[in-house]
Design a protein around this ligand. Sequence first.
Ligand code: NAD
Ligand code: GLY
Length: 369
Amino acid sequence: MKQTTLTVHTQSHDYPIFITASKANKIDLVTQIVPYIKGKQVLIVTNETIAPLYLSGVQTALEQAHYTVATCILPDGEAFKNQDSINSIYDVLMQEHFARDCTLIALGGGVIGDMTGFAAASFMRGVNFIQVPTTLLSQVDSSVGGKTGINHALGKNMIGAFWQPMAVLADMATFQTLPKREFAAGLAEVVKYALIMDVSFLDWLEEHTEQINAHDGDVLAKMVYRCCDYKAKIVALDERESGKRALLNFGHTFGHAIETHQGYGAWLHGEAVAVGMVQALAMSHKMALISRDEVSRVIRLLQAFNLPIVPPKIDVNDALTLMGHDKKVQRGQIRLVLLRSLGDAFVTADFEPEMLMAVLSSVDEYVGA
Ligand code: NAD
Ligand code: GLY
């Protein structure tokens, strides 16, 4: 098993991200995370899909290391990212008499990670937790940086807290069971880092497209490492999103409008982000910041990663209203993350509304539809 480690620096504490490419179809975790488990009581939070695949391996290994292990298996899906699920976690913690020095382990994708983190942030005013992300999206994005939370019926991720994990363990072995569509959705966030932070990473992704699609463990471990490194740098600069962290929302303002319009679940988050990035690239081109060839270059890569590039039909005014619900809106003004060049992003409210409306009406001139 190969392993690399990087450190995330935050105001509360520094923590490691272990990136491994286990050869066996199981998460090889105990030796790495045991030093970060506080106390003797551990609660593993997971869901009905992931439990049959990975829970017994993780649970047995921790029991053999003499921890008292409880489990909480939640229903699968974004629809269950709510207060009822948080209450189910609290129920186990209370019934099993968990104390303040317990540790929660999130075993799953971003939904499980966000909820477990929020339960950890709030139980007894804050207990330790460890992220074991099992989707590409959660390994490169949601497990790092301490944003935790749940959805409210009237808005996604509206209830939450910043609460950093004690450690993150990302094992490439988990991709062996991850549905292809979920893997592709995670690649949208990977491409995002290249576009906002480092054009040389775009070159690298183009050079390694085949190995990435073939799930070459060593290539994936390098890719996940680079993404976590980019995210760790942004989080260290702006943990609470008062500035640079907003750049991580490249493609998301457009993408959220698609997700909300289509109903959560119809489009995966990463799929909506892929199309949202095409729209943000089109906007950057219309503002004479990047060339048409550069837009085409990114579109080719998204297609090679089996991602959609064409938005669903949405009335322009509906799209504008949905974009107006974005957390980046200030004084009623939509703010967009755009590119000055490939690898260099900025946030702006300074654009012609007609240009935005043109992009929302159609990106056919870019996608050749
Ligand atoms: P997810 O957690 O819903 O997982 C996707 C699907 O894959 C689920 O059905 C899950 O059960 C299944 N799955 C997970 N791992 C598997 C595996 N190894 N094998 C087989 N099936 C597996 O989705 P996601 O894309 O990981 O995360 C999306 C969530 O993350 C959203 O709620 C979003 O709001 C949140 N998010 C949070 C942040 C943050 O900074 N906290 C950032 C981005 C996204
Ligand atoms: N996924 C956006 C962030 O962590 O800020």
